[in-house]
Write a protein that binds this ligand. Sequence first.
Ligand code: ZN
Length: 170
Amino acid sequence: MRSIDTSRSIAISSPKNVPNEQPPADPPVAPARSALMARVGPRDTLPEMVVRRLLHAMGNRFRLHRRDLPGTPDIVLPGARKAIFVHGCFWHRHPGCPKATTPKTRREFWREKFDRNVERDRRKEVELRQAGWDVLTIWECETRDTVALEKNLRDWLASSIPKEARLPVG
Ligand SMILES: [Zn+2]
């Protein structure tokens, strides 16, 4: 009996159970990691992942980063014609939010940059609405309270805009 057990344990640890892949290289040092973050860029941010997880758990199907739509909405529910932007409070200037600070140096530079961001966001949202999309902006800081966020999402998903309330096209 003992010899059989031994042979079995040898079989289990046979080479076919050993992964072929080489172990990953050394963990990235700080510069490599920041390069990776830069490559990932504004996509797939943590707040966005929170929203995606909630939508998924609520049984929704969605598409990501539809470049063919104005402003490349972060999340799109094509059937319902609903589009979601998940905005960082700093870059997109969440009104009244403590995270929407202005750096102390080069204030004029930052102000102009922020103004452009806000103006672009506003324009893209108008374009989307004119194309018949219902638009929701979720701010980064709102993704920390997932209970409130889920309620907001549910309410918004359940709502539908009457045609006459939509912005005129053109
Ligand atoms: Zn905020």
